[in-house]
Ligand binder design. Structure first.
Ligand code: CUA
Length: 174
């Protein structure tokens, strides 16, 4: 038996088995953060710095005409509470969680986005017609899970550019 090979093998098994452990217990390992790159975010400082600060949430028009929507899932609400997107235009969703695992869904569609703390979940969505969709959480996340929902309003694409940024970000009052 070659002891050097065995030792290398055992060390490899040990290191590989540590990777799922860090994921499960949300341990912050600099190497893993480096490997995951920009999809890694700190769930404890979402409101303080980075992509998910409050005035960056909601819908933003991209230079190519598509839109990007940024949201935070937290017990027990999605922020913003209501979002607005244009019909028939690609929507890039970027969402992260401040606490537990949530799942953002859009009633009447097959879209389902799992949201984890520490990671940015991305999805490409598109809504062909104006309308309103309930966006309930479909992953049990605690006592308030069943009341956790946001709303999506899809407006005609020619109406969208005329809206003020604050109207796009939070349409709950409309
Ligand atoms: Cu969030 Cu269920």
């Amino acid at each position: 038996m070659n002891w050097r090979k065995l030792r290398t093998f055992l060390l490899t098994v040990l290191v590989l088995s540590l990777i799922p452990a860090t994921r499960y217990y949300q341990i912050d390992v600099p190497l893993l953060r480096f490997l995951r790159g920009s999809r890694r975010v700190d769930p404890l400082s979402l409101h303080l710095a980075g992509e998910f600060v409050e005035n960056n949430l909601g819908t933003e028009q991209d230079p190519d005409g598509s839109v990007t929507v940024r949201m935070i899932a937290q017990q027990y609400l999605f922020v913003p509470h209501c979002i607005l997107v244009p019909a028939g235009i690609p929507v890039h969703l970027r969402i992260t969680s401040a606490d537990a695992v949530h799942s953002l869904t859009f009633d009447g569609t097959d879209y389902k986005v799992k949201v984890l703390p520490g990671t940015v979940s991305e999805a490409q969505l598109q809504f062909p017609h104006p309308g309103e969709y309930k966006m309930p959480c479909r992953e049990f996340c605690g006592a308030g899970h069943y009341a956790m929902r946001s709303e999506l309003k899809v407006v005609p694409r020619d109406q969208f550019p005329a809206l003020q940024p604050e109207e796009r970000g939070n349409c709950a009052a409309r």
